[in-house]
Design a protein around this ligand. Structure first.
Ligand code: FEO
Ligand code: CA
Ligand code: CA
Ligand code: CA
Length: 634
């Protein structure tokens, strides 16, 4: 998220930072090969990194002319842009689907009857009720379960601010809080290709899951003390649903990220150690829910532990509308960005996950057995397995450290596995995990290669005593623009070691405008290995007519994992973030989201409507196709 990004640091452990690891690994290489940007373009493959971290011999880039390798893309890279509507490569076209407030029954758009820039047009209770049957706001991670003609789209609604939704900063009633709560969560909606483009189709499986929807818990923490509140209080809701995953058995994984920001303290008091580690604060992000809804009031003793019910990966079955969302506690509790499922050796379920906050960790879950045989025995593969946290070493290797109370340090801190998993971050501290630069999405490339965006970290600095010359040579400190790392696990994703390198640094890339993009966030790779990169943050400065300079809009790019060439496919609109990717099986129709266009300000953009300066902009999904019907990204 960008609008409510509060620059928090909750990790006060002494664990080594990724910056220190990078510094140790690359400082000698800097002098040798003329700069870290050059080091970062060194080809990386399992085993190519020697024990001293010296650069592997770079093979001839196989995607360049004359190499014999078919180029992964031929589309024209477009310029950065700062306009009121998206721009897309000339070989491509886009259409708009499911803006915020779209009816799940496929009925006509009546947004203008309910919302205008001056305020709400109907009673808050009416709008709150209607929002439970309409697409939410803050379109983010998503996945499409269907064919080329029709299917179920599961889409996250990460957040929408009070000014954007209510047109006022502070809610004045529980009904107003409910409007915002119902705009958060997930939509499950059938879409189909019609003569006039992709549209919602009224289907019995269409449903909204929001902050007050009944949910269940499963796995080691279910039914345990950390989830119990003194008040009779069945588990409800999911929120700040950021990125996602999907399983080979056809379910959707939605990930709860900045849940801390929705809680506050009506009557004072201070954080417990555990609340402090998760960054709770008296006013939260300013939503004000705690002033009207007891569940979100950390000072209400009757709702003690309510906050422990958020920060999980949640599994949703798009085909079974009566089945409640299931919070899979074996995957740990933190500010989950996404949950990237891969099938590991022996058919095991492996899920890679980032904790998106400055200096937080990267995790991996490995199921105890083959996922098919576990399901045949009536066990969810996501309920029984081992959780690991990543430690990066300066020699280009890394270790997955298991969260287990067989480890004396964890046994001394946690009385039960349920406590250990509820306070996953504290377990990571005790294990000596590496403090990363805001891990966001993780993508599976080809040949078991995994990619992860480290979006940026303006709180970072060079290690004490770093010579001035090395500071100047090192564009990774303080890493204002982000980078993308990659690694390969030993033993087809189930081992406890890996090798890693930098894939791309989000400055100094090669398209001639110096800085091509910043703050990489959304990430997905297709079956040919094309890496789609979506941005959320400060973009390059461009000059408009008349000499005015502005930051460009967020964007989507496509990278070749071998040549590391990057091309810009799409630019968003003013104030938006580009996030979320889903695709049809043929890879000829891609869905991607523009989140918080204009940050809700109608003077910046009216997207998806033509600009008029007064129409409230709305989050929406873009349907992206090649004009020649080819593979998206090619
Ligand atoms: Fe919801 Fe870290 O982006
Ligand atoms: Ca982000
Ligand atoms: Ca976001
Ligand atoms: Ca994100």
């Amino acid at each position: 998220m960008s609008l409510l990004d509060d620059d928090t640091v909750s990790n006060s452990s002494d664990n080594t930072t990724f910056q220190e690891i990078l510094h140790a690994r690359f400082s000698r290489r800097t002098a040798m090969i003329g700069g870290l940007a050059a080091a970062a373009t060194t080809f990386f493959a399992a085993g190519s990194v020697n024990a001293l971290g010296a650069p592997a011999a770079a093979p001839a880039p196989t995607g360049r002319p004359g190499s014999g390798r078919t180029p992964l893309f031929s589309f024209t890279s477009i310029a950065n842009d700062a306009g009121v509507m998206p721009t897309i490569a000339p070989e491509y076209q886009y259409d708009v689907l499911i803006p915020w407030w779209t009816r799940l029954d496929g009925g006509p758009d009546d947004f203008a009857d309910h919302f205008e820039a001056a305020g709400l047009l109907k009673s808050a209770s009416t709008i709150a009720d209607e929002q439970t049957r309409r697409i939410g706001i803050g379109h983010d991670g998503m996945w499409y379960f269907g064919d080329e003609r029709r299917g179920m789209l599961c889409i996250n609604h990460e957040f929408g601010t009070n000014p954007h939704i209510l047109r006022t900063t502070n809610p004045s009633s529980l009904d107003e809080v409910r409007i915002v709560q119902h705009a958060h969560g997930v939509s499950v909606v059938q879409i189909e290709r019609t003569r006039s483009g992709w549209q919602v189709r009224n289907d019995r499986r269409n449903r909204r899951i929001h902050v007050n929807t009944p949910v269940t818990f499963s796995g080691p923490v279910a039914g345990s003390a950390p989830l119990q509140t003194p008040a009779a209080n069945p588990p409800l809701g999911t929120l700040n649903n950021c990125a996602n995953g999907y399983t080979p058995w056809g379910t959707y994984l939605t990930c709860e990220e900045n849940f801390n920001g929705y809680f506050g303290r009506r009557s004072g008091g201070t954080n417990t150690e555990e609340q402090g580690r998760y960054g709770f604060s008296p006013g939260g992000f300013g939503y004000g829910w705690h002033l009207f809804d007891d569940r979100f009031d950390l000072s209400n003793a009757q709702y003690r532990n309510e906050e422990n019910r958020f920060g999980w990966v949640v599994e949703i079955d798009p085909d079974r509308p009566n089945r409640p969302p299931v919070k899979r506690t074996a995957l740990g509790r933190f500010k989950h960005e996404g949950a990237t499922f891969v099938t590991g050796r022996g058919g095991r379920a492996v899920v890679y996950m980032g904790d998106d906050e400055r200096f937080e960790y990267i995790y991996k879950f490995v199921s105890s057995g083959n996922w098919r045989s576990m399901q045949a025995r009536g066990i969810s593969p996501l309920d029984d397995g081992k959780l690991y946290v990543a430690k990066f070493n300066a020699d280009g290797t890394g270790e997955w450290l298991e969260l287990t109370r067989d480890n004396p340090a964890l046994a001394a801190r946690f009385a039960t596995d349920a406590e250990m998993l509820t306070y996953t971050r504290i377990a990571g501290d005790l294990l000596g995990a590496t403090k990363m630069d805001r891990p966001e999405w993780i993508a599976e490339g080809v040949d078991d290669e995994m990619f992860c965006t480290l979006t940026n970290n303006t709180r970072r600095s060079n290690p004490a005593g770093t010579p001035a010359g090395e500071v100047a040579a090192n564009p990774l400190a303080p890493n204002p623009d982000g980078h993308i790392i990659r690694w390969v696990d030993a033993d087809q994703h189930v081992g406890t070691t890996f090798v890693w390198d930098i894939f791309l640094i989000s400055v100094d890339t090669e398209d001639g405008d110096g800085q091509m993009y910043g703050s990489p966030d959304g990430l997905w790779a297709d079956s040919a290995g094309r890496v789609f990169i979506q941005t959320d943050g400060t973009q390059p400065v461009i000059e408009l007519s008349g000499g005015v300079t502005v930051n460009a809009n967020d964007q989507m790019l496509v990278a070749d994992p071998v040549t590391e060439e990057v091309r810009r496919l799409l630019t968003g609109v003013r104030g938006c973030e580009v996030t979320g990717i889903a695709i049809t099986p043929s890879q000829r129709v891609m869905f991607a989201n523009l989140q918080h266009p204009g940050d809700g300000d109608p003077s910046l953009t009216s997207f998806p409507k033509p600009f008029d300066g007064t129409t409230i902009p709305r989050d929406a999904t873009l349907v992206i196709t090649r004009k020649d019907g080819g593979i998206v990204g090619s």
